[in-house]
Design a protein around this ligand. Structure first.
Ligand code: AMP
Length: 193
């Protein structure tokens, strides 16, 4: 199988992380979650973590310059893989453009961007439920959740158009059981590879 790079796209709580793990296993991809990378750095109190902490706590996006560098370093450290699944990146126009330029510089590209579509009422329920398990501060507070939706609507949703123009945008119904959603994703990716 040639290298296949996927962006998994969607609002907070849409199931990106869960489904990225299934896609990673099935297609032997390397999963990069920028949210997880930030949380790991915060836990380890690295300089990057200290810089990112207040943004995550408030549900704001971390500045592009910090996020893009972190992402590029993670890709370069794991170059010999069958492909990447980017989860939570890109989230701004600048990040999407930078990702294209960066991937081109290493002779790669995004093959597909797949959005998980879930309505906001369902997402709020899911995030508040997840907060009970993960204790993530940005999942516990409805104001922070709404701020994350605003960040998505103001800065991230424009990427639908960005990837549609490249004929790489696919949308999947993110409602229903985890298994049903996984099947929809597998069917889609099988049809693209
Ligand atoms: P997530 O785990 O994907 O929901 O991300 C949690 C938080 O990490 C977000 O609310 C942002 O503060 C930060 N974050 C994750 N990915 C990005 C990104 N691509 N750009 C900026 N901030 C990000």
């Amino acid at each position: 199988m040639p290298v296949f790079n996927i962006v998994i796209f969607g609002k907070p709580g849409s199931g990106k992380g869960t489904q990225a793990d299934f896609l990673k296993d099935k297609y032997d991809l390397y999963h990069i979650s920028t949210g997880d990378l930030f949380r790991k750095n915060i836990l380890n109190k690295t300089d990057l973590g200290i810089e990112a902490k207040s943004f995550l706590d408030n549900g704001d996006l971390v500045p592009d310059i910090v996020t893009i560098k972190m992402l590029e370093n993670e890709v370069l450290a794991n170059k010999d893989v069958n492909g990447f699944i980017f989860d939570g990146f890109p989230r701004t126009y600048n990040q999407a453009e930078s990702l294209d330029i960066f991937l081109e510089s290493i002779n790669q590209k995004i093959n597909a961007t797949i959005a998980l579509e879930v309505n906001e009422d369902e997402l709020i329920t899911r995030l508040l439920d997840r907060a009970k398990i993960t204790k993530r501060s940005d999942d516990q507070d409805i104001k922070k959740i709404k701020n994350r939706f605003n960040e998505y609507n103001n800065k991230t949703s424009i990427l639908i158009d960005f990837y549609q123009k490249q004929s790489k945008f696919y949308s999947v119904n993110g409602h229903g059981s985890v298994d049903d959603i996984t099947s929809r994703l597998f069917n889609l990716v099988d049809s693209l590879i």
